[in-house]
Design a protein around this ligand. Structure first.
Ligand code: FES
Length: 318
């Protein structure tokens, strides 16, 4: 799926949550109700700047099923590719945006005997729609959040409003295995683990969970990191021979879209696998949370929403 089916929305309200996080309330630009969605869903927001276009995925933070208005939260990232800066500087009350239909790659595992959620910073956003859902189902929940001290009060309040489960907030830096090793080792059978946040935290939690023997089916990750910066490279589209230059400040997926290639995507954060492309030649620089070690070792596939190239050229089977 790509964003061919979009929903025009109007920004009804913009509020500051912390110094660099804003909450945007979105209503249908055409009036009427928005589509239904499930807890953990996200939408992809298309932002049209003067010289370029961005598409960023943001979790819906309103309770699942909200249809009069949706909310998203956006952290301004100083070294970002520009989408979050655009949302903060160019999007105001009354602005119109295009968003995708909601998608959900981070659903609640309904069969879970208990739900342990680990978030880092703005990675708490998918949990904001999941917590009320779990509270309504009287599920056992533990929410663990790592964040900066200056964000603690606002983020804690967001969580506390949505759950009666246990909440722990950490504002000091600590290795994920040191922080969460004992927690993950002590969970009862049937517990499901969810994580969303910066790459270091997600990889640390994943490594710890794997080392402790957590089943892959009980471990869920969400990522909205988007493509990170890196050296420019050239993508060769083998089916037509076209060459696409990927700039240092854009992802391969964004470069393909800029050149009019209709590439599939969903999460745009390296977590769902929807955008996978076959690599015929060259060395990918894998930055996703999706492909396994074996898949990476063969080098046959890459996820262009986040991954780049170690070689100057990548030949892709598109
Ligand atoms: S769009 Fe989800 S991994 Fe690339």
């Amino acid at each position: 799926m790509n964003a061919s089916r979009t929903i025009p929305v109007r920004v009804a309200r913009v509020e500051s949550v912390t110094q660099d996080v804003r909450r945007f309330t979105l209503e249908s630009a055409q009036g009427g109700r928005l589509p239904a969605y499930s807890a953990g869903s996200h939408v992809v927001v298309t932002m049209r700047g003067k010289e370029r276009l961005w598409r960023n995925a943001y979790s819906l933070t309103t309770p699942a099923g909200s249809r009069d208005a949706w909310q998203i939260m956006v952290r301004r990232v100083p070294q970002s590719r520009g989408g979050s800066a655009f949302m903060h500087s160019e999007v105001h009350e009354g602005s119109e945006l295009e968003i995708s239909m909601p998608s959900n790659f981070f659903p609640i595992a309904r069969c879970g005997a208990k739900h342990v959620m680990i978030a880092g910073g703005i990675g708490l956003t998918p949990f904001l729609s999941m917590l009320p859902d779990l509270a309504q189902a009287h599920a056992r929940v533990e929410m663990h959040l790592c964040c900066r001290p200056e964000d603690e009060a606002a983020f804690r309040e967001l969580i506390a409003k949505r759950t009666t489960g246990d909440i722990a907030v950490y504002t000091d830096l600590c290795d994920a295995s040191e922080r969460f090793g004992a927690l993950l080792a002590a969970q009862p059978a049937g517990t499901h683990l969810y994580t969303c946040g910066p790459e270091g935290l997600m990889n640390g939690v994943a490594r710890t969970a794997r080392a402790l023997g957590w089943l892959a089916s009980h471990f869920h990750q969400e990522s909205f990191g988007g493509g990170s910066h890196g050296a420019p490279f050239t993508a060769v589209l083998a089916q037509t021979g076209r060459e696409v230059n990927v700039r240092g400040d854009e992802s391969l997926l964004e470069a393909l879209e800029r050149e009019g290639v209709d590439a599939p995507y969903m999460c745009r954060g390296g977590a769902c696998g929807t955008c996978a492309l076959e690599v015929l030649d060259g060395e990918p620089d894998h930055r996703d949370f999706c492909l396994g070690e074996a898949e990476r070792a063969t080098g046959g596939q890459m996820l262009p929403c986040v991954s780049r190239a170690r070689s100057e050229r990548l030949v892709l089977n598109i």
